[in-house]
Design a protein around this ligand. Sequence first.
Ligand code: UGA
Length: 418
Amino acid sequence: MDSVRVTVVGAGYVGLVTAAGMAHLGHHVTVVESEPTRISEVLDGRLPIREPGLNELIAEGYANGRFGITDRYHDPGEYVLVCVDTPAQGDGSADISRVMGAVRELVRESEPGARPTVVLRSTVPPGTGDRVAAALAKSGMPVHVVSNPEFLRESTAVYDFLHPARIVIGGESPGTDAVARLYDSVDAPRIIVSRRSAELAKYAANAHLAARISLMNEIATIAEEVGADILEVERVVGSDPRIGPAFLRAGIGWGGSCFPKDVSALTRMDGRPRILDAVERVNEDARRRALRLVLSATSGVAHPVVGILGLAFKPDTSDARGSIGMWLATALLEAGVAVRAHDPVVASPFVVDPDPYAAVAGVDALVLVTEWAIYRELDWERVAREMRGTLVVDGRNVLDRDRLRALGLEYVGYGRGE
Ligand code: UGA
């Protein structure tokens, strides 16, 4: 298609990746962001998130004049892509106030007669598109409202945008046709469904992935009881083409800014959640187990200290939202245990030194929470020498159990029965 003018609302990780990606596809993109500091960060090239390839795409967009950022709508162009966040409220349900706020601003600030197709990229409860459409119609902007959920994984979000497994478009023609045209140059299957189905499918996909991990964590508990090794079980289960190998890694559990919020929002949509409740509970148990193990290893120690390797919610990201490492550090402090943490990119008061060996020196127990590659490659002989205690909890089952034991360390993984 010819290039069109696209407004992207929100300069968070979904908004920036979407905007830079759309500019790369040839569209003229303006990001509307209400936070002035966020705007200057983007303008100065100091992105609030670390996302491989994103700086380059934004720089490309600036250079060819297809990417800009501002705090006002003016002329929104042919499309408005809403990418604001929908955080969890106190009861766990999704807060869509920023989505509704963005719609109100759009109506207030746009030039009279503007008729953009409004595209909801934010993860929103089914029915939100209807509310948005009704609000727009009531305000004299009767436009098409289409759902186009994102499936961007942090740390590979740019790749996922340009090479999606599928493009999901929810709504009715001609709005859905208009949104499909935005992606003309992207080679991926299109799945056109109703708006509510698209909205629910996003939650369903995240819940499904989280449930797979929780199910493997439940099987990991059984593996320990029956003397089986979850890593071997995982290889067998994952090689069934009906199941596949992704998202089967047992361990200290899933975190991040998406799974916890989306599973809990979905739970609130179901009057009697059963499986989803258990998915959350099993996930919670996994981190509590690590806490229990280190607390019992340090009970009786005069000034206990625990080391934590990894504060990012997963490797290769600087994002510590929903981080299990942060949760563990906080829980340990509350229990009167001092914490020394390390992370290659996350800055936090728990991080005492950029050197990982500083986080292990003199600790009574060590927990690997995030499987950054550098932790596998540590000089474990040195770690064993510098620790005061011997317990190492491998929250991601990535360390060499036999080697650590040979060094005199007490290795505990997840589901590593023997
Ligand atoms: C997730 C989804 O994978 C994306 O498709 C979705 O678009 C995004 O949420 C979102 O809703 O915006 P993300 O939060 O970046 O992406 O993280 P994932 O790579 O899915 O990992 C989530 C958590 O599961 C991490 O804490 C990770 O360590 C954990 N995990 C993952 C496991 O414990 N075991 C596994 O086998 C895989």
